[in-house]
Design a protein around this ligand. Structure first.
Ligand SMILES: [Zn+2]
Length: 252
């Protein structure tokens, strides 16, 4: 009898778990994606007509971030991104031929032109901006209907350094110039495949001018008068705690 594998089975961004949020154990199939620990951990797509096994449920992966440990969440995040990458690279982007799964590497290979497509992460900068000793800039995302205020964030553009991305995003979104840009930490963020790179920066000059398609409000808040901020487990939460309470940037 073959050994069972711990399975991350996804239906898009929903993960199959039991009522205690434990993963199922299954027999490995050829179409499963194996993890670094050999075949003991696998990732699999739950197809539309597959039944949900008795005692199991689909939970949005976002909900697990506050309930699971950091290594658990990171493994789930890796699984969902690899599945999504495989689903989105069924054809060669160079010649259009149907691709095949590479037997050992995480690569989709074109049998016609040999082009290899690898999973990619999107670098994304997120910045906590302070003014003086006791003020922090927080901004409300225009698409967010809640009252939550977060940090300035955006994708790194081609040919740009991370520090340049921090300065450009801040200028574009709130019209401010910042200085003393310093790296803090990073977090993989599987929505859909980002690597969040956290920076802190100090206000240099300018008045707040909102980029209205992106930001509906932005203000400097006193440390002791904060609005609703991002949930524990997110890198934004750790960054805000770090500048206000001088806590380390650890996320577990
Ligand atoms: Zn090709």
């Amino acid at each position: 009898m073959s050994e069972l594998s711990l399975a991350y089975i996804f239906h898009h961004h929903q993960l199959l778990v039991d009522k205690n949020l434990q993963l199922p154990k299954v027999e490995k199939l050829a179409s499963d994606i194996g993890f670094s620990s050999g075949d003991q951990v696998i990732a699999r797509d739950l197809l539309a007509d597959d039944a949900i096994p008795e005692g199991y449920q689909l939970i949005p992966i976002r909900q697990l971030i506050s309930q699971w440990t950091k290594p658990q969440f990171e493994q789930a995040s890796r699984a969902v991104q690899l599945l999504e990458w495989r689903r989105n690279h069924k054809f060669c982007s160079h010649c259009g031929h149907k691709t095949e799964v590479h037997p050992v590497e995480y690569a989709m290979v074109c049998p016609a032109c040999r082009y290899h497509q690898y999973p990619r992460v999107q670098p994304c900068v997120i910045t906590v901006i302070t003014r003086g000793q006791d003020e922090i800039l927080l901004a409300k995302n225009a698409k967010n209907t809640s009252n939550m205020y977060g940090l300035i964030a955006g994708f790194v553009e081609v040919g740009e350094t991370l520090e340049e991305a921090v300065k450009r995003e801040t200028l574009e979104e709130v019209g401010l110039h910042v200085k003393n840009v310093t790296y803090l930490s990073s977090q993989p963020w599987p929505f859909p495949s980002n690597l969040m790179l956290a920076f802190k920066a100090e206000y240099e000059s300018g008045d707040i001018v909102l980029q209205e398609e992106e930001i509906s409000d932005a203000q400097f808040f006193k440390f002791d008068q904060l609005p609703e901020t991002p949930f524990s487990g997110s890198i934004a939460h750790a960054m805000i705690e770090h500048v206000i309470h001088n806590t380390p940037m650890q996320l577990d």
